[in-house]
Structures are given as C-alpha cells and as structure tokens.
Design a protein around this ligand. Sequence first.
Ligand code: ADP
Ligand code: MG
Length: 322
Amino acid sequence: MENSVFYAIIYVDMKKQRIVVALGGNALGKTAEEQSQIVKKTVRPLVDLVEGGSQVLITHGNGPQVGMINLAFESASEETMPFPECGAMSQGYIGYHLQSALQAEIQRRGLSVPVATVITQVLVDPDDPAFADPTKPIGFFYDAETAKKISAEKDWVMKEDSGRGWRRHVASPLPLEIVELETIKVLAEAGQIVITVGGGGIPVVSRGDEYEGVAAVIDKDFASAKLAETINADLLIILTTVDNIALHYGMPQQEELYDVDTETIKEYIKAGHFAAGSMLPKVMAGLHFVEPDEGRQALITSLANAKSGLAGEGGTRIYCRS
Ligand code: ADP
Ligand code: MG
C-alpha cells in the first residue's frame, strides 16, 4: 500500500505537461532578414514553457514563405518546382530560424535542451471532397487568357482571385495521419523540443508501398490539432494576432470570449461568429482536440499575451464540461 502511494506521487511528479504550440503568420516574417529577427521574440514564451517543465512541440504556418519559394522557382526557370517540394523547403527554412532562435534563448537561460525540426509529411485522402473544389490560391497572377492556356497545359485549376487576376488554386484536404509520428514521439519523450507539421505538413497520399506528395495545403490549425490529439497532449495553444476570440468580431457589439465550453462554442460556430479561413479553423481545431477528453484544453490567444494566457489571465480557453 505504502509503495503504491509512493509510486503514485512519483508518477504525478514526473508526468510532464505535453503542449503543442501552433504559431501563426505574425510569429514569423516575410523576408529571411525580418524572420530571423522576429523569431527571437517568438521563442521566448515557448522557452518559458520548457523552463516550466513542459514537453513542447511547435507547429507553424508557412503561407508567405511557401509563396515566396514557389514564385522564386516560377520566375527562375521553365521547370516548375512541385508544390510539395516547396512545402518541404519552407519547413527547412522556417525550422532553421526557429531552431537557432530557440538554441540561443535556451543557452541564454543556462538550460540544456536539444531542438530538432522534423520534415513532416501528412497523409490525406485522395478522395477528400476538398480536391473537387480547390480553395487555396498560390503563385502568380495571370490574365484570363494565359490562365486558360496554363490550365490546359499543366492541368492546374485556375480561378479568379478577388478581382486581382487569375491564380492557381489547390485543395485544402483534412489531415489523416502524421507519417513521422514515431520520430516525433521519441524526440518529445526524450525531452527535446520538436518543430513539426510546418505549414500543416507536406500533403501525401498513399500509393502502394509509397507516399506521393500532392499539390495541396493542409490547414496548419487542423494539422496541429491532429498532432496534439495523436500524441495525447494536455494542451493545444494556438498563438495568433488576437488576444481573444470574439463574438460579433469587428462590430460595435464585439464581445471577447474567455473560458468557453465545447457545447457553447458549437452554438457560436452555428451562429457564424468565426470567419472561414482565419478564426473558424482555430476554433474547430480546438474543439476537435478537446472534445473527446475532459482533461484537455485549448488556448487561443496572441503571441504577446502567451505568458499571461498560460497563467490563466486573458486568452480564450476551450474546455469540455463534464
Ligand atoms: P494566423 O496566421 O495566426 O493563422 P489568421 O489571420 O488566419 O492568423 O487568423 C486570425 C485572424 O482571425 C484575426 O486576426 C482576426 O482578424 C480573424 N478573426 C475572424 N473572426 C474572428 C473572431 N470571431 N474573433 C477573433 N478574430 C477573428
Ligand atoms: Mg491562419
């Protein structure tokens, strides 16, 4: 009896909080120079978590970065660089900046924690309905005639983009499985900081014994929720531009949300409070992660408010009411 109490105490003591932190566009930068500066600030609340004894996995968006890489290749050569390859390059480029900023901050605080970026593929369903209606614009703008020609030549889906011209559009399928999951787990369990599913992951489909990259964009908030759920994290933190999610966002009667349970948030989703493509995926990601397990929580707040949000001050917390 005494022994089991003793072990129970040790277990509670040793069980580290496992946290997935998803970084939004404002945590990174538009150019390499800008990004290497911005990430120095971005990593501070992340290292606070590590210093506080948590296991930390970091995910991030890649919209502007993958766009830049894609355009650079389109301008430089006739040969198109396939989109999954562009995604892989963006994971390496952003991972490099995050790694060096994390390493410097860890060193500064006298800690010793290894950091690794895992180039991550995420399995999607080739029959995902998203492939029938590509919604994510990428690459150059073209006039209608050129767009038609390219579409026939390269089999790209070209659509008009908000009155600015024609662009290639790719699908945004749901993440099913993280291919490098075992590697990610081993690193996290060994106490290493892991940077993974960058840009939502490189979308791949299963073809026999192989994975094949597809031109698509997985929502980074959905991929982060998938990661958090599969590694059984305790907390999913989505860091973005706003301190709190709001009802009637941008209107005079705007009302900030603090602690919300999953049933209430579903009502707000139905009422259309969260914009598709920006806040809705974050709220859905939070909901999917939290719902099956009462112990889990999702926190949506700004990078600037990360520290206070974690201390329970400010930020929107989604929880499951028992
Ligand atoms: P990220 O790069 O972090 O994913 P997004 O621009 O995709 O950032 O999403 C955050 C944005 O969502 C906010 O800057 C805000 O303009 C917008 N937004 C839409 N609906 C809401 C809402 N109901 N409450 C708060 N922000 C909202
Ligand atoms: Mg976004």
